[in-house]
Design a protein around this ligand. Structure first.
Ligand code: GTP
Ligand code: SPV
Ligand code: MN
Length: 617
């Protein structure tokens, strides 16, 4: 399995011992680890080497302790089910903080707290927080180790579940330590579930704490997370590092850390295009990343499904890598008819969290099959039948699986230099107003579009599902600095691109609904029809219709062969109502006004131009 094949032979003589690697950077790391051990008082310290043997030992121990259920290897080899505490099932945005020195640098969209104040809160919480547990030291790389766009970090954690997840989601091992020893900069990330054990105290299946803090220090490039064991709260390499901290590094170094999938689209003539797309959490990134086109002759290769780092190249193009090494994907809604690629990816070597368990020792979730099995154990461990009328899997239940296991992963998915982008898509979950696809007139208009994305809330974070909220660039919960400055940074990055080589920008919406509440667009594999139009636009092969909000397709230019979308639905998919769009513009103005005059003038000008076009429409 890919988990360990790329890892060098373990350099550690004993299980979990600190490897003998010399260098000034290593000394600093050891000192940091010793300080943390003195603070958190773990029973043992384990240096993670990323080997297969180590991973298997950790998994076995968790099964023995009742923290994981081993799935039936006949159906799901090398796979496990974790059930979280019912209070710890998603990212907790209200408990997520940006602790910049200056409040203005966090901006109005983040929870700000003064670094000294939060350190005063965190210190006592972390004091003795790992008692009775093992403290794992996990060196990891985002992007191939040593790559020009890559960055490394170390996570200290008392959660073996987090360790095995990080092992799938990132590159872990001694080669990272050698980079650190050689003086490479690394980001410090500290995690405790906040559940110390008294001597002899019996552990629970999912230790966590009611009190939670996910705290980012952008000035010192550190993350401290307390009280949660779930997803982005606990796998700190992902949202905390690769987005919040990396966005700050990118601001200072001239690149972008984005909540984007990354794909290569190959047209029937064999020409390849690279597309990145930002959609909010649980709004379709993994699905588009694994697209199986329903139109003949087209192919998609997966490069990444959640995070992309974008950097202007010497050639005036925008180059992208996926810094991760695995998928932490939403289970519900993933099935043969929606995302067959994901279903195939999950054949084995997968950690499932909060899905339902079948009597035969396999897993199930809503949407995996059309008909639910007659009997299941639900995500909380209770007997379940379809008649109960509640979901068997948690709506934010997830799978953790290696990217290399995806049957359509690009051969060069972990190429250190990445791929040059041809198109960037922004999207959200919008039942009304936003058309299936609309093209920006230029980079600045594209940045304006990105800054205006709003979406109905999903189960990926705590909050009221369905409620509409602004989610600029799908980065609202993930931008590590002032979002208005972030808009400005996007404009600046655009200036470094050659105007004829910059990716073209589009807004898409797979989720528009008719008056009867049904989706107007079939979505999933049929989204390839939208991608097809986008690529024909890039090639200058089809005209577009100017509208107040951007360039729309002529419906006759969409390839709809083999599907039946009534003309009335098509018209509704592209209907632009000036009255409700003027209301959107009002909301944008209101949103921009929360930034104390920091929103770039070029975006204010775009807003004024939009209002003018709506008025004369
Ligand atoms: P995160 O991992 O939270 O960042 O989510 P994501 O953006 O990767 O979303 P994902 O692809 O996992 O999709 C989330 C939900 O949206 C799933 O239940 C999908 O079935 C559903 N979905 C994805 N694409 C489409 C589509 O084209 N149409 C419709 N109607 N639903 C979709
Ligand atoms: C998201 O919420 O966008 C995710 C899941 O991808 S988590 O890693 O928990 O942030
Ligand atoms: Mn995500």
């Amino acid at each position: 399995i890919p988990f360990s094949s790329a890892q060098p032979a373990p350099t550690t003589p004993a299980f979990g011992a600190r490897p003998e690697i010399a260098g000034a950077g290593m000394t600093a790391l050891v000192e940091w680890v010793e300080e943390l051990a003195a603070l958190t008082e773990p029973a043992a310290v384990h240096w993670v080497d990323g080997s297969r043997a180590e991973n298997e030992a950790l998994l076995r121990a968790m099964v023995d302790e009742g923290k994981l259920i081993k799935l039936n290897p006949e159906w799901r080899p090398g796979s496990y089910l974790a059930r979280s505490h019912p209070s710890d099932v998603a990212r907790t945005e209200a408990r997520t903080f940006i602790a910049s020195e200056n409040e203005q640098d966090a901006g109005p969209t983040n929870n700000w707290i003064a670094p000294t104040e939060i350190r005063g809160i965190l210190n006592p919480l972390f004091q003795g927080s790992m008692r009775g547990r093992t403290m794992y030291v996990v060196p990891f790389s985002m992007g191939p180790v040593g790559g020009p766009l890559s960055h490394i970090g170390v996570q200290v954690t008392d959660s073996p579940y987090a360790v095995t997840s990080i092992g799938i989601m990132t590159r872990v091992g001694a080669d990272v330590l050698r980079e650190i020893a050689g003086g490479a900069h690394w980001v410090k990330t500290v995690h405790s579930v906040g559940a110390p054990l008294a001597p002899g105290q019996q552990d629970v299946a999912w230790p966590c704490n009611d009190e939670k803090y996910i705290v980012h220090f952008p000035d010192t490039l550190e993350v401290w997370s307390y009280g949660s064991g779930y997803g982005g709260n606990a796998i700190l390499a992902k949202k905390c590092f690769a987005l919040r901290i990396a966005s700050v590094i990118g601001r200072d170094e001239g690149w972008l850390a984005e909540h984007m999938l990354l794909i290569r689209v190959i047209d029937p003539r064999g020409k390849a295009y690279h597309v990145a797309a930002a959609f909010p959490s649980a709004c379709g990134k993994t699905n588009l990343a694994m697209l199986r086109p329903t139109i003949p002759g087209w192919r998609v290769e997966t490069l990444g499904d959640d995070i992309a780092w974008l950097r202007p190249g010497e050639d005036g193009r925008l180059w992208a890598i996926n810094p991760e090494a695995g998928f932490f994907g939403v289970a519900p809604g993933t099935g043969e008819s929606t995302n067959v690629t994901a279903v195939e990816t999950l054949w084995g070597n997968t950690i499932f969290t909060n899905v339902a368990l079948r009597p035969d020792g396999d897993v199930w979730w809503e949407g995996l099959t059309d008909e639910p099995p007659a009997h299941l154990t639900d995500w909380e461990g209770n007997p379940w039948t379809p008649a109960m009328g509640r979901p068997a899997a948690h709506p934010n239940s997830r799978f953790t699986v290696s990217a290399a296991q995806c049957p359509q992963i690009a051969d060069d998915w972990d190429a250190p230099q990445g791929v040059p982008l041809d198109a960037i898509l922004f999207g959200g979950r919008r039942a009304t107003n936003v058309p299936l696809v609309v093209e920006a007139t230029d980079w600045t208009h594209g940045v304006f579009m990105g800054s205006n994305i709003s979406s109905e809330r999903t189960a990926a974070a705590e909050g009221t599902v369905g409620e509409l909220r602004r989610d600029p660039f799908a980065m609202l919960p993930f931008c590590g600095y002032n979002m208005a400055d972030y808009f400005g940074h996007w404009l600046k990055v655009g200036q470094k691109l050659r105007f004829d080589r910059a990716p073209r920008v589009f807004q898409v919406n797979w989720f528009r609904k008719g008056a009867d509440g049904r989706f107007l667009w079939p979505g999933f594999g049929d989204n390839s029809r939208v991608v097809d139009w986008i690529i024909r636009r890039i090639e200058g092969q089809v005209p577009a219709v100017d509208s107040p909000i951007g360039r729309l397709p002529r419906t006759e230019d969409l390839n709809l062969e083999g599907i039946d979308v009534p003309q009335a639905d098509l018209d509704e998919l592209f209907a632009i109502d000036p009255v409700s769009w003027t209301r959107e513009a009002d909301l944008t103005e209101e949103f921009y006004s929360t930034f104390d005059g920091r929103v770039p003038a070029a975006l204010q000008a775009e807003l004024a131009a939009l209002r003018y076009r709506l008025k004369v429409a």
